[in-house]
Ligand binder design. Structure first.
Ligand SMILES: C[S@@+](CC[C@H](N)C(=O)[O-])C[C@H]1O[C@@H](n2cnc3c(N)ncnc32)[C@H](O)[C@@H]1O
Length: 407
């Protein structure tokens, strides 16, 4: 192994989960537990400066930045649901006003449904295949909530949309506990009759409670700017980059787009069905990734399947390009911290940690160290199972690597 890996038990955080220190406002696949970054920032003595997360997901990097006293943070993600969750966590709201709006929303919804004509007249969204995934009463009730939530002023609206997003999924015919979309069995379907309003208002209470207890007290004057987009080019701007990029393309690792599809559709995102194609590794290339320490591993995959080797290559082409841009955007003396997994394809374990260190070194950085940690607690599906089922791991992704480089 070219870039040294140190097994570091301190970073296993045995018995701890994301929820131990900062519960998430909404389920999200492959979240990074904030404890990792908090510990590492302490170790590296990072407590000021500008932070970037080019793959920010549900925003654990900003939790870390706030905890460590950073005052300027920037995040990017092309999944609108991720941006919604992150923005909700880090937008300062008047909590008493939130609670008042919650009360009014409840009253309005329950008042509205007293009249059957109202319910039958509510406009229902017309997304592709919507009747396959939702029963008519569920569609009506979700539409009623959305109708009233949409009237709330935009900054305030997000905290009401987050529980609506989870309710949409939970009240659909989708099997729970999986990130990809699978319909429940026909015999379960007949009995499936969720109480949409209870589901929503229970979730709303939880979201408000978590926001008030865990996030609001940490929001100080720090600037946290989160955008729906790929990371655009910048020069010498950031002091530290902390990120956990995807482990591979969305089709064969974590289907972020599919996981988020209903919410994105309901919230009016036009490209909701195309997100997995837009994410890293989403478009195919015509040659294997060349001239890198990863190349021999990809060629090994290619001996078994040329197609898989090209799919894998497309991910590394994208990661290469992204690292170039990220490297450029970091100031001299700044640090890049990437938390990655080495997934297995066709029984070949792909050393992404080595690839990340190699690419940063080629872009003017020095590899400082890589820590190996056990991945006991990460809420994520199997990295090598196309079904994306939770907990169905073949023991290939039980470790994670924290790669640290300096410019
Ligand atoms: C491992 S997750 C990040 C999880 C995050 N650290 C958290 O705790 O929630 C990777 C994220 O990268 C995003 N992503 C994938 N390709 C991207 C791209 N080209 N540009 C921006 N974001 C991308 C996905 O939507 C996903 O949210």
């Amino acid at each position: 192994m070219k870039y040294k890996v140190i097994r570091n038990e301190k970073y296993d955080f045995i018995g701890q989960s994301y929820a131990t220190s900062y519960p998430n406002l909404h389920k999200y696949p492959a979240t990074m537990i904030p404890q990792i970054g908090i510990e590492l920032f302490k170790e590296l003595d990072i407590n000021k400066g500008k932070l970037l997360d080019p793959y920010c997901g549900s925003g654990s990097s900003f939790t870390i930045g706030l905890d460590r006293g950073l005052n300027e943070m920037y995040g990017f993600d092309i999944n609108p649901l991720a941006v919604l969750i992150s923005r909700t966590k880090f937008t300062k709201l008047d909590i008493e006003k939130v609670k008042l709006i919650r009360q009014r929303l409840r009253n309005k919804v329950y008042e509205f449904v007293k009249n059957e004509e109202n319910v039958n007249g509510i406009e229902i969204p017309q997304h592709y295949n919507i009747d396959f995934w939702f029963s008519k009463p569920v569609l009506q009730n979700l539409s009623i909530i959305k109708h009233f939530v949409d009237k709330i002023e935009v900054n305030m609206r997000r905290i009401f949309l987050v529980p609506l997003s989870e309710s949409i999924r939970e009240c659909s015919y989708t099997r729970n506990h999986e990130f990809k979309l699978y319909r429940i069995k026909p015999e379960e379907l007949i009995q499936f009759n969720p109480d949409v309003f209870s589901v929503y208002f229970d979730k709303l209470n939880k979201v408000i409670d978590i926001y008030e207890r865990y996030y609001l007290p940490k929001i100080n004057g720090a600037k946290i700017d989160i955008s729906y987009s790929k990371f655009p080019k910048k020069e010498n701007e950031f002091d530290v980059v902390l990120t956990s990029p995807p482990y591979g393309d969305s089709f064969t690792t974590v289907a972020y787009g599919q996981f988020s599809m209903f919410s994105n559709q309901w919230f009016g995102v036009k490209y909701a069905r195309q997100i997995d194609n837009l994410l890293m590794g989403g478009s195919t290339v015509k040659e294997n990734y060349p001239n890198s320490l990863i190349t021999e591993y990809i060629n090994e995959v290619g001996k078994q399947s040329k197609k898989r080797a090209l799919e894998v290559s497309s991910f590394y082409f994208d990661l290469d390009k992204s690292i170039k841009d990220v490297a450029n955007s970091i100031k001299k003396g700044g640090k890049a911290i990437y938390v990655v997994g080495n997934r297995r394809v066709k029984d070949v374990q792909l050393p992404t940690d080595q690839f990340v260190a190699e690419k940063f070194e080629q872009n003017g950085f020095k590899h400082l160290f890589t820590y190996e940690r056990l991945l006991g607690n990460k809420a994520m599906p199997s990295q090598n199972s196309p079904s994306n089922k939770t907990g169905q791991r073949k023991g290939t992704m039980t470790k994670e690597y924290i790669v640290v480089c300096e410019k």
